[in-house]
Write a protein that binds this ligand. Structure first.
Ligand SMILES: Cc1cc2nc3c(=O)[nH]c(=O)nc-3n(C[C@H](O)[C@H](O)[C@H](O)COP(=O)(O)OP(=O)(O)OC[C@H]3O[C@@H](n4cnc5c(N)ncnc54)[C@H](O)[C@@H]3O)c2cc1C
Ligand code: FES
Length: 259
């Protein structure tokens, strides 16, 4: 059950020109939240942008939660200008997160680009439950590698790779996953659609993926987030709603680019 909360901004970090990290005090949402769920953020007091914007819950600590985001348009630009002490209206915890009822397993986390956003809270929870966690972080270059230190501090084994070889080997997150896939019991991934598609094709264990499809209402009412999930016997497409059935799905539950 999601709640609406006026959350106080506790800390803002500008990690790069276009990448920001914001920590909120949001006791009601944080206490019920699970890794992989998101908060639906009202970015403006005015009518533009009218719709809330969804962001994965990045870190979770008692009554605090954070988001990590890249500025791509009006909503994220407004969000990047927020300062500590201000409040933002959040709706959450929204959606279905990653399954965390595992223990004693070796879990592979695979993140591409800003897909690293939900991984810290997930790594923290899985480690607390006695799992071994290996996190693969793929980024375009060393500057765009986020959360590696935090996850290592939590106790995860962190492997970084970049497109240009400026941090770790010159590999994509998926190619690094291919090398390790047999060693894990289950894999959780978040990143661009093409990456998730490739992960799905080469997965060696159960694979759960978090989709960042565009979302409208965020509460299951507008159908703006419909995601093909399969076909009926007579060939009709069956849809799932990313905002309430996801954003995390078992890879077999969704039809990606070229399935
Ligand atoms: C469940 C969920 C979790 C998310 N978590 C994060 C996160 O943790 N960090 C983060 O940086 N982003 C995340 N996103 C994406 C984020 O919500 C969008 O970047 C944001 O809504 C853009 O708002 P805007 O007003 O700045 O840009 P807009 O003006 O709405 O759009 C600017 C440009 O970005 C494109 N765009 C907007 N949203 C998306 C999208 N979802 N997928 C692909 N292209 C898009 C538009 O087509 C347009 O070209 C998440 C999305 C979902 C659905
Ligand atoms: S965003 Fe409206 S139904 Fe999912």
């Amino acid at each position: 059950v999601w709640k609406q909360e006026n959350a106080e901004v506790l800390e803002v970090k500008r990690l790069l020109d276009d990448v920001f990290w914001i920590k909120f005090k949001a006791a009601r949402i944080a206490q019920d939240a699970a890794p992989g769920q998101f908060v639906h953020v009202l970015c403006s007091d005015h009518y533009s942008p009218f719709l809330r914007r969804p962001f994965s819950i990045n870190r979770l600590d008692k009554d605090e939660l954070s988001v990590l985001f890249k500025v791509v348009g009006e909503g994220t630009r407004l969000l990047s200008r927020i300062t500590p002490g201000q409040t933002l209206n959040l709706l959450g915890p929204a959606g279905r997160g990653f399954p965390v009822n595992v223990s004693g397993a070796h879990v592979l986390l695979v993140a591409g680009g800003m897909g690293v956003a939900p991984m810290p809270a997930l790594a923290h929870r899985l480690l607390a439950q006695g799992n071994r966690v290996t996190a693969i972080i793929g980024a375009r270059n060393a500057r765009y590698v986020f959360e590696a230190e935090y996850m290592a501090q939590c106790g995860a084994e962190v492997l970084v790779c970049t497109d240009d070889g400026s941090a770790g080997p010159r590999l994509t997150a998926t190619s690094m996953y291919r090398e390790l896939r047999d060693k894990g019991d289950v894999a959780y991934a978040c990143g661009p659609l093409a990456m998730l598609q490739e992960m799905k094709q080469c997965a060696a264990t159960p694979l759960w993926i978090s989709l960042e499809t565009r979302i409208g209402c965020g509460t299951g009412l507008c159908l703006g987030c419909a995601q093909p999930s399969g076909y009926t016997e007579d060939g009709q497409v069956v849809y799932r709603k990313v905002c309430i059935d996801g954003p995390v799905f078992h890879a077999s539950e969704v039809v990606l680019l070229e399935d």
